[in-house]
Design a binder for this molecule. Sequence first.
Ligand code: C5P
Length: 232
Amino acid sequence: MGKDVIIACDFSSAEATFAFLDKFTEEKPFVKIGMELYYAEGPSIVKEIKKRGHKIFLDLKLHDIPNTVKKSMAVLSKLDVDMTNLHAAGTIDMMKAAVEGLTREDGTRPLLIAVTQLTSTSEERMQNELLINSSINDTIVKYAKNAKEAGLDGVVCSPLEAGMVKDACGSSFMTVTPGVRFADGEVGDQVRVTTPAKAKEIGSDYIVVGRPITAAEDPVAAYRRCVEEFVG
Ligand code: C5P
């Protein structure tokens, strides 16, 4: 499995996204398209970025009844993205249905990863509002195991959780980790952050980096620094 840096393209329009991607004349970074951009521009934004030669992680976090997720994944599969995701809270049945829907006639499919608990959910809220009585770490590990049982490829988690997920699910179970900041950079609204070098040490397979690259004075230099620290 190749380690890579995925740039979170959290822009609200195709215009802003292409203005950003146009800065990269030598490399074709792996990009993440989230709900904001997808809902603003529709499937055409995926096709256009793909046509430019980028790999795409389509971050739409599906969560619905198994039949609906299966049919929706079949639609996303035709967009030829490289990675997509869902909420593990939808149950093992829903995740199995997603794998079925995503798998093309020739047996290939994009990588499919699960969100365990959002990093914005604190243990206190998870217990008091969602009535999950376990610790947040036990919940994350259990949801990761469910995802593995359903045939998924890995989970999205904090780099600080990647080690325990690998311990529970094996080293080939992928961890895709946001919450990455340079040692000398702005933390912003992220709480539990690590550097690209530390994420590599902990065992992340992919880091998802947004503002440290998109808001940098020189985004190409910031991207290269990330790749240098994380991939080496
Ligand atoms: O700008 P920044 O590096 O904080 O962007 C991180 C990206 O990863 C954003 O697109 C954010 O929505 C996403 N993300 C996250 N934490 C999660 C899941 C996704 O920060 N648990």
